[in-house]
Write a protein that binds this ligand. Structure first.
Ligand SMILES: [Fe+2]
Ligand SMILES: [Fe+2]
Length: 360
């Protein structure tokens, strides 16, 4: 083989570009880095801003067909032009005022709600009216009809978590409004009556594996499970952390999203680790901090923060009160594709060096 002259190789590259081809040897390092090079940044949204702006949106914007939902969604500053909390996950707060019903629709993205404020509101999922209170987790599996209503005299605010960025990237999004504003109610708390018994399931039903038959995970049994551990040993990385399960399969709540709730007991500072999945956290109770890739994030009740893929993270509760975090994570996607990895941080006693703090 004779050595190519510089002008020959240059014209070869120009021809490749004109023919919509790329010589792999020019882009190998970009396509195959030794580990993930995410654009997702760790970030924190303050409850004081979110709550104030949610109420302001309640004053300014009616809920009606077309707009569909009064939702303020997190925009990760690392994901330019993308409406997403992480590359795969949508995170948001939604407010429904007394007497309102957010119109019924369905979409191929799956959703979860975690209730932050208010009671006596509902999500009607395919006719099953799920009555919601603070701390409840409500699922709307993909392609299920759903509307939301508030029958109390207080505003209702919850967290929305969706796999919308992922489904959009997969060009798999479908959306359809229901012909009427609301869906008829055929049962009230029906999924809870049949599947809320934790270790029991009805023998006369055979729900599909991709769709959790339990739609409302009530707060009281969730909190009981967190407290039952007492002073006992738990995860070195998360302290007392439970994943919500599909009672039919023992798998995650939804095929694309896993939901977790964790109690960080007073005085606990966890060991850092990193995981290839991303997560959106909501601070349900208490105050504490996380260290994410060496940056300290102080948070308190109501705040939200994001942990990017393959970012070192650890949690600390230096107070005398309990900290409870709720999170939605894209772990099931990575597990289903055989891509899931995690790694413990072993240097420096398992704690990162802190080089700065968020907003500081
Ligand atoms: Fe929806
Ligand atoms: Fe983690």
């Amino acid at each position: 083989m004779s050595a190519a002259k510089p002008n020959q190789i240059e014209s070869f590259y120009q021809e490749a570009e004109a023919k919509h081809l790329i010589p792999l040897w020019k882009v190998t390092a970009k396509l195959l880095p030794p580990e993930p090079q995410t654009k997702v940044l760790p970030y924190l949204w303050k409850w004081s801003d979110l709550r104030r702006m949610a109420y302001r949106a309640g004053d300014l914007v009616p809920i009606e067909r077309g707009g569909e939902r009064r939702v303020l969604a997190f925009v990760n500053p690392g994901l330019e032009g993308k409406y997403a909390a992480t590359h795969t996950l949508w995170g948001a707060v939604q407010i429904v005022l007394p007497g309102e019903i957010a119109p019924c629709h369905r979409h191929s993205a799956s959703a979860i709600r975690f209730i932050i404020e208010g009671s006596r509101s509902f999500t009607n999922v395919d006719g099953d009216k799920c009555v919601m209170s603070r701390g409840d987790l409500v699922l709307t599996p993909n392609w299920s009809w759903h509307d939301h209503g508030n029958e109390s005299d207080q505003a209702m605010i919850w967290m929305d978590g969706l796999d919308l960025p992922l489904v959009n990237d997969l060009d798999g999004i479908f959306f359809e409004p229901y012909p009427q504003h609301k869906h008829p109610v055929t049962q009230v708390n029906g999924s809870e009556q049949k599947y809320g018994g934790a270790h029991l399931k009805p023998t006369w039903e055979n729900p599909p594996a991709t769709r959790s038959p339990l739609l409302n995970y009530k707060w009281e049994p969730t909190y009981d499970a967190l407290k039952r551990i007492g002073e006992g040993p738990a995860s070195p990385f998360d302290d007392v952390c439970f994943e919500y399960l599909n009672p039919n399969t023992g798998g995650p709540t939804l095929p694309t999203m896993s939901c977790c709730v964790q109690l960080i007991r007073p005085g606990v500072h966890t060991q850092a680790h990193r995981q290839v999945n991303s997560a959106v956290y909501h601070v349900f109770e208490g105050r504490g901090h996380a260290v994410i890739n060496g940056q300290r994030f102080d948070w308190e009740r109501g705040d939200f923060f994001v942990v990017p893929p393959w970012a070192w993270h650890e949690f600390a509760n230096e107070s005398k009160e309990e900290v409870i975090l709720f999170s939605v994570q894209d772990t099931p996607v990575m597990q289903a594709l055989g891509l899931y990895r995690e790694e413990a941080y072993t240097e420096n006693g398992g704690r990162q060096q802190v080089s700065g703090s968020f907003g500081g």
